[in-house]
Structures are given as C-alpha cells and as structure tokens.
Design a binder for this molecule. Structure first.
Ligand code: DAH
Length: 345
C-alpha cells in the first residue's frame, strides 16, 4: 500500500514536471488532485487497510497531498513567470536610445544656386524659372541668333523635334538659360530685375569640364538709363560677396550674339590672391561669367523700344563656381550620384 503511494507520488511529480504549458498543468491537476483523480482513488482504499495502520496511512496520504499541491502551485508559478518573460522580451524597451534618422542635405549644385540667388535677391532681383524644353525661337532666334548663323555653333543642341532644326517650329532642350530673357520681357514691363537658375542641355562629348546636363544662372536687368557701369557694379558686388571682400574683377571683350558690347568677367584668384596657382592655371585670373548690354535687336523683338530702354544680362555656371571653390576637378562627379562625393558638401 505504502509502495503504491510512493509510486503514485513519484509518477505524479514527474508528469507535472513534463507538463509544458498551463493547459497541461490544469489537465494534470484534474487527473491527480481532482475529485476523481488518482489521489482520491488512493485515499478511498483506506477501508482495506488494517486498523492499526490507518493512522499512518492517513498521515502519509495527507502529506503526499500537500506535497503535490505545493508542487502544483510552484509549477504554475514557474510557467506564469516564463510566459511573462517571453512577453517582455518581445515588448519595446522604451528606455533604449532611439535609432538616429539619416539626415540628408542639399546637393552641392543646389547649395551654390541658392547662395548665388541669395546674393542677387538681396540686390533686388527676383528668381524666376523657365521651361527646359524650349522653342528654337526663344533659344536662338529671339536672341539674335538666326538660322544658319555660324554663332549657333557655340551651342551644340539636342533637338526634340524629329526633323531637327529643319522642322517648321523646331523644338530643343534649352542650351542656356538666356531664352528666359525674352520670355520675361514679353510678359512684363520694365523695370526688370530677374535671375533665372535652371538646367541646360548640350549635345556634348562629356569630359572633365563638359557635361550634357548642367546648370546656368541667367541675370537680366532692364530699365531706362541702365548702362555698363550698372553691369560692372552689380557683378563686382556679387563677386565680392561670393568670393571675398578683397576680390578684384576684370572685364574683357567677348562675343555673344544677344549682347552689345559683350564681355567676360574674371576675378583675381581667391586661392592665391592673383599670384598664380593650380586653380587659376597660373594666370592669376579666373573667368566666371559672360555678360553684356542687351542687344537692341533683342529688346525690339521682345516689344521694348531700345531707344527708351537699355539693360544688361549675364550668365554663369554654378557647377563651375562650386568646382573653383571646392577644388572639384571633374564636373561629371556632380551628377554621377556617388554618395562618397556628395556627402562631402
Ligand atoms: N548664354 C550664354 C552661354 O550659354 C552665357 C551668357 C553670356 C549669358 C552673356 C548672358 C550674357 O546673359 O549676357 O554661353
């Protein structure tokens, strides 16, 4: 009898240990401690026990019951704790430091365009933008560059009209931002002071200084009594703000069909102060833009009376400005989208 009890206890405790989850433990409770459980079945056999052994049997059975109940409670508690641990392992630890967001920044071209625009905006210029797909008329014709004129060779053109320049109304990717001079003049009355940043396109064999897509910033000021001195003063002030207070500027004659006279502007080298270095190719001067007084023919075509109104215009390449400032040696780096390059600015 006592042996039966020990076997029952051992077996029950082993089963309990093997019960892997709460439903299994509950099933164990019913099978062992329940009304029809094995413990009660053992107890009910008390009648078959000799009278003098009953006390001892009862006491042993009671102790066994307590032992099993304690084991049951302990097992239950262990399972509860384990499931709680599983839950908290999945939960968010609000005390952990947050994952830092990768913060980007503006493209170096955008940075320079904004900086240049800002300088002119503070001088009273407004920023306007124009179409990148343009009519031959605005890109060439209205800028005093007639069909078949050799000056067209200055701009290798990507034609959009399938018939190319021979189409009835030829269309192209603008080769410069200058067409916006005409569009702005057609749409507004003087006084005009605008700058036009934007993309331009050329049918170009690319190399370190030529890209088929690049930016230009055009400038235009038209009013009564505007002269070359205004052009020089405005661009000189720009050069000082952009490249340093000490800058000297130099204007030389140049040819662009839509200005007369036409000039190019150089600044004394901001790297070597004009002594001669790699950046200025030992000349002491860096050419940074083309400019001039708006050609009377261009004013007339836009509907302005050139005897009353005069103006100046200029155009520059912001990538070139960035290349000079940061010592970038290949313009193709700007649009190759290599983050190792872009992250440096
Ligand atoms: N559009 C010219 C170019 O792409 C640059 C230029 C020169 C613009 C003189 C001007 C200017 O407005 O006056 O080469």
């Amino acid at each position: 009898m006592a042996d039966d009890a020990t076997i029952l206890l051992d077996q029950a405790l082993r089963d309990l240990e093997a019960a892997a989850d709460e439903p299994a433990v509950e099933a164990w409770r019913i099978a062992v401690l329940g009304r029809n459980g094995s413990l009660n079945a053992l107890m009910s056999r008390i009648g078959a026990i000799p009278t003098d052994e009953r006390r001892a049997f009862g006491a042993a059975a009671n102790q066994m019951k307590q032992q099993m109940e304690a084991a049951f409670a302990e097992r239950n508690e262990a399972l509860r704790r384990a499931s709680l641990e599983r839950e908290t392992a999945q939960a968010i630890d609000v005390t952990l430091p947050g994952r830092p967001l990768a913060i980007g920044h503006y493209h170096p071209t955008t940075q320079i365009v904004r900086e240049i625009s800002g300088i002119f905006e503070r001088m009273g210029f407004s920023v306007v933008e124009g179409p990148e797909v343009e009519w031959d008329y605005y890109n060439f014709e209205a800028l005093n560059i007639p069909k078949d004129h050799p000056a067209r060779d200055m701009w290798d053109t990507i034609w959009v009209s399938p018939e190319g320049p021979r189409a009835e109304k030829p269309m192209l990717m603008r080769t410069h931002t200058s067409p916006m001079q005409v569009r702005v003049m057609e749409q507004t009355e003087p006084p005009i002071r605008v700058i036009v940043p934007g993309r331009c396109y050329r049918y170009e064999a690319t190399d370190a200084t030529h890209e088929s897509m690049f930016y230009q910033i055009e400038g235009l000021a038209v009013d009564e009594g505007i002269g070359l001195a205004d052009l020089k003063g405005t661009l000189y002030e720009f050069a000082r703000q952009m490249f340093g207070e000490q800058r000297k500027v130099r204007f030389r004659c140049d040819y662009f069909p839509f200005v007369e006279p036409g000039v190019d502007m150089s600044i004394d080298c901001f790297k070597c102060d004009g002594k001669g270095c790699r950046t200025c190719k030992n000349s002491g001067w860096i050419e940074i833009l083309g400019a001039g007084m708006v050609h009377p023919e261009v004013l007339r075509r836009a509907g302005y009376d050139p005897d009353r109104y005069t103006g100046f215009a200029f155009g520059m390449g912001p990538e070139r400005v960035a290349m000079l400032r940061y010592g970038i040696e290949d313009i193709r780096l700007f649009y190759a989208n290599d983050l190792r390059f872009l992250r440096q600015f």
